[in-house]
Design a protein around this ligand. Structure first.
Ligand code: ADP
Ligand code: MG
Length: 345
């Protein structure tokens, strides 16, 4: 259905219907001039926001709307996770161009709410506008964290060990595969007028693509780490390991050394190695959107971390010299420059 048939308020009504779970703390949600929300008096309020611009953050030829909704929620949930917080409420602002159908927006909100509901987080409001050409999305997430449990980027200490959850590089490799597939499909269509969606994707790549389109934010792991008081500093890996590590180091006024051989890679990334343009290490260091947690732990607290049974790998340590180094093998030590995604550069 065309958006012009439904209008702004009809669409808002549909969005409200798609997100009608009851949540403690939400006194008033969608439908008034502002949402009315409460958080426990002992908690601190966390607030984060992220924009997703068509052509910059996503390409509608490479994602379905459900995945786009899912990923929009994931990016923000991951930021709350990296503070050690619990996500609670959400606001979404969307600028919609005329060529987008109502069903595509409702699919977006289905994917969005599917991930929010896993984390007992509720859509509390937003704004809906028309846009001339591109689809623009802005998501604001509010969360809470106990005063003593908040984990910032700024408290890593010399001698702390550096850990990362899950595996790195999958999302960037998935994006490359998607890019190749889209290019091949476009060429086929140009030549013969048609090209089938599945013509070019070996199934072994499916999990890399999945990690790019529907990443899993590590909310429970972030809560576990902060609750146990294990981490001195934490960040989510959204711009690539080298960039995100440099943020921790700058904010904490320290340096770091990482061991290339210890960086965790998934069997899928290792399996796809020969089909990709660059080695797995490159995707881990400069590819973004893995949404894993990178955090620092005092050596005395490592036992406590292990007891949480979170899949986290020790990949290096915090140093006094305020530079980043990567060690590859026995003697090959190189300075590491932040090479992740940087807008305007
Ligand atoms: P106002 O004109 O007072 O800003 P709106 O008509 O924009 O109000 O919005 C009406 C209600 O719908 C508000 O509660 C607002 O938060 C909610 N809303 C509007 N757009 C969205 C959206 N895209 N997602 C969630 N809630 C929305
Ligand atoms: Mg408004």
């Amino acid at each position: 259905m065309e958006l012009s048939k439904l209008g702004e308020f009809g669409l808002i009504h549909k969005i409200k219907q798609l997100s009608s779970r009851k949540t403690p703390g939400m006194v008033l949600g969608i439908g008034d001039d502002a949402a009315v929300l409460t958080i426990p008096s002992h908690a601190l309020l966390l607030a984060t926001t992220d924009m997703l611009i068509e052509g910059v953050h996503f390409d509608l030829a490479m994602t379905d709307f459900y995945s786009l909704g899912w990923k929009s929620a994931a990016a923000n949930l991951s930021d709350i996770a990296a503070m050690g917080g619990r996500p609670r409420f959400c606001l979404t602002s969307i600028g919609i161009p005329p060529h987008i159908a109502v069903e595509q927006i409702t699919e977006f909100y289905r994917g969005f709410d599917a991930l929010l509901s896993k984390h007992k987080t509720m859509l509390a409001g937003g704004d809906t506008c028309s846009s001339l050409h591109d689809l623009n999305i802005s998501v604001t997430l509010l969360g809470e964290v106990e005063q003593k449990r908040v984990v910032t980027r700024g408290n890593a200490k010399v001698g702390d060990r550096l850990f990362v959850t899950g595996t790195l590089g999958d999302s960037a490799a998935g994006l490359e595969i998607l890019n190749n597939r889209t290019r091949t499909l476009r060429m086929k269509r140009k030549r013969s007028g048609h090209g089938s969606e599945t013509s070019n994707v070996p199934s072994m790549f499916a999990s890399l693509i999945e990690k790019h389109l529907r990443p899993i934010p590590r909310v429970d792991w972030g809560r576990g780490i902060s609750h146990a008081g294990c981490a001195t500093a934490m960040i989510d890996v959204s711009d690539g390991l080298s960039s995100d590590l440099s943020h921790i180091c700058e904010q904490s006024s320290v340096g770091a050394l990482i061991h290339a051989g210890k960086i965790p890679f998934s069997p899928s990334l290792l399996g796809a190695k020969n089909f990709l343009k660059r080695p797995p290490l490159d995707y881990a260091l400069s590819g973004g959107e893995d949404y894993e947690l990178l955090f620092t732990v005092q050596p005395a607290k490592i036992k406590k971390l292990r007891a949480l049974k979170i899949p986290a790998t020790e990949i290096g340590e915090i140093t006094r010299a305020r530079k980043l180094y990567i060690v590859n093998g026995m003697s090959n030590k190189k300075q590491l420059k932040p090479t992740g995604y940087n807008h305007f550069v």
